[in-house]
Design a protein around this ligand. Sequence first.
Ligand code: CTP
Length: 402
Amino acid sequence: MLAGKRILLVVSGGIAAYKSLELVRRLRERGAAVTAVLTRSGAEFVTPLSLASLTENKVYQELFSLTDESEMGHIQLSRAADLVVVAPATANALAKLAAGIADDLASTLLLATDKDVMVAPAMNVRMWEHPATRANLATLRQRGVLVVGPEEGPMACGEFGLGRLSEPMTILAAVDAYFAAATPLAGKRALVTSGPTHEPIDPVRYIANRSSGKQGHAIAAALARLGARVTLVTGPVTLADPPAVETVHVETATEMLEACLAALPADVAVCAAAVADWRVARAAGQKLKKDGKGAPTLSMTENPDILATLSKRKADRPALVVGFAAETQSVVDYARAKLKKKGCDWILANDVSGGGVFGQDDNQITLVDATGEEAWPRLDKQAVAQRLAQRIADRLAAGEEA
Ligand code: CTP
């Protein structure tokens, strides 16, 4: 049941907008209160009057209506909801959300909201498949926007393919699932490492790697969504700090370890960072200059292994320590060896034999623990994060029962 839940429904333009009326009916039947925001193009397809009758609420349309602003400003509107649902979400609405454009009420409140946003895309199959739309979707997913559909089928334009708005019952099921997903990690503390580390050579040069931090950041966000208090310790990345996560920015492996130890105690630690294995033994205090005597020789020293250090802590070892391993062959064997060597509980072995993973959106994971292994289907990094967070919740719950 959705009793008492407040849904802010944004209806953007498109022939599928009529289905939003059915969605409102279903949401109301389940006890949710619905406030609708209709974009200018949405209003070409459904009338504000039908939305107002079904929601039994005022329908908001224009950003600069003084009466609306004095009754309920757009910021307030975006906050007085438990979930924001955009259905249908046109290619244009998704593009604006991805780019942070706020040029009407709907896009402004989507930028201003502090609540989760669920979008149900609907558009022509070619628009859906366009690289611009793919990129926008990837950006939105990465920011934690929930995506329902679209579905495949014949379209109003006469073509066939992906792009049809999901049926209202499917969107309703996603809303239900959103609220039903309790917060099994409430009261738990999680530590996540993410990104690369930068190891200085001198004040202007450093050694780094291609890690984007996408997977680690997604895991931190997924754990937070399940209610955990999350500290994310990240090396230099271009990603935004995930919402509701305490994010500590570091540069080097040594700093990362220090920040991790400062974040203990934690119930779970997930080491997703691509920590540099070595650093320059003595980074130069001044910029190295060409002196005509050839290239300098860098003497390297080993960095601390954060995963192993956390796994081997005595009093404050997290109940569950999870590491990653990127392998191109004998994935499970190498992962199991790594599990033993580092002393962690789970390794998410990533099969990288098929090509690049760094910076990509997909991962092929096998979860390895002391007793066995489980191959996951190829999933995008958000889905890997969600699945892992749920697994962690199950495991911590099982540990409490034992
Ligand atoms: N890790 C860490 N600190 C390090 C090195 C690695 O915490 N100094 C963690 C990573 O976050 C990851 C796991 O250990 O969870 C990866 O182990 P690593 O030995 O670096 O494996 P690979 O990168 O796969 O390298 P190799 O196969 O060469 O051992």
